[in-house]
Design a protein around this ligand. Structure first.
Ligand code: NAP
Length: 283
């Protein structure tokens, strides 16, 4: 039976480190790191996420700002507000909450964000640096997975890692971070033979957005299984992308859903914002 990887506990540890870093920055340099979250429109899930990001940031001692723009705001106005944050010396981390309304071009908005103020690692410059093995500001969810692996003492070096999903948000950067950590990485998508590929993995990371896509019987005995998926079923239950009970029978360690990868994402966002502020001291 697999050991459960406690994302809540690991995320709490990361948040405590960030709070200590913020306190030190204030004490030694008189600098309060600032995080701005830009929310455009009225997407109900985004409102919940942004409220919780702002709350955590404030709890850890950041100057936490939400810039909320109306549903019908023009792309030009949204860009202007972003550019104002780009040059605001009180702001060190900026996050544009996705999705955005259809008149807004999310790609060009993210491209306009100054790479050194990027808080979620989705800016193309930071994504490119990751692809070159020069990790700078990393996407929060896969970076959180790397931290979980470190906490359980799993070193990816030389291991066969299988990543299911190739999104810009999770799958691709996850695979690149594992390559940078010297794992042998297979990236799977809709055209892959999943049972065959997953069965090879000593580490399996799943980010597909399909409830229980990865069956327990596919898991190689002793593998570490990280389930990034968060799927709300019709009955309100939250399930991951892995058939949890059956996978836990074969894996050596596994993340639950909820309480696994989920809590790590916000914690790593805070770490990114702090690191951006720390870098300004070195310039
Ligand atoms: P996404 O943009 O929809 O990408 C999903 C990826 O999975 C795609 O590459 C897709 O392949 C692949 N895929 C989908 N169905 C598949 C199938 N049947 N067989 C093989 N591959 C399949 O999703 P995402 O943004 O990466 O998110 C993935 C999941 O993670 C979602 O459940 C999301 O809610 C969750 N998530 C959680 C957190 C967190 O904090 N815990 C953060 C972000 C995301 P193709 O490229 O071939 O289409």
């Amino acid at each position: 039976m697999a050991t459960l990887i406690d994302g809540k506990a690991i995320a709490a540890k990361v948040r405590a480190e960030v709070a200590a870093g913020v306190a030190e920055m204030k004490a030694k340099h008189g600098l309060v790191p600032g995080l701005a979250v830009m929310r455009i429109g009225e997407d109900p899930a985004s409102k919940i996420y942004v409220t919780s990001k702002r709350k955590v940031a404030a709890e850890l001692g950041f100057h936490a700002l939400e810039v909320h723009l109306p549903e019908d705001v023009s792309h030009a106005v949204a860009l202007e507000r972003l550019q104002a944050l780009n040059v605001d010396p009180a702001i060190h981390g900026i996050l544009v909450q996705l999705p955005v309304p259809k008149q807004i071009d999310a790609d060009s908005l993210l491209a306009a964000l100054r790479p050194e103020k990027d808080a979620d690692g989705l800016n193309a410059v930071n994504a490119g640096l990751l692809a070159q093995g020069r990790e700078t500001t990393l996407p929060c969810t896969p970076w959180g997975v790397m931290r979980m692996l470190e906490e359980i003492g799993f070193n990816p070096m030389g291991k066969r890692a299988v990543v299911v999903g190739r999104s810009i948000l999770v799958g691709r950067p996850m695979a690149l971070m594992l390559v940078n950590a010297s794992a042998t990485v297979t990236i799977c998508h809709r055209k892959s033979n999943l049972p065959e590929e997953v069965a090879r993995g000593e580490l399996v990371v799943v980010a597909a957005g399909v409830p229980e896509l990865v069956k327990g019987a596919w898991i190689r005995p002793g593998a570490v299984v990280i389930d990034v998926g968060m799927n709300r079923l019709a009955d309100g239950k939250l399930v991951g992308d892995v058939e949890f009970a059956a996978a836990a029978e074969r894996a050596s360690a596994i993340t639950p859903v909820p309480g696994g990868v989920g809590p790590m994402t916000i914690a790593m966002l805070m770490k990114n914002a702090l690191q951006n502020a720390q870098r300004t001291l070195r310039r």
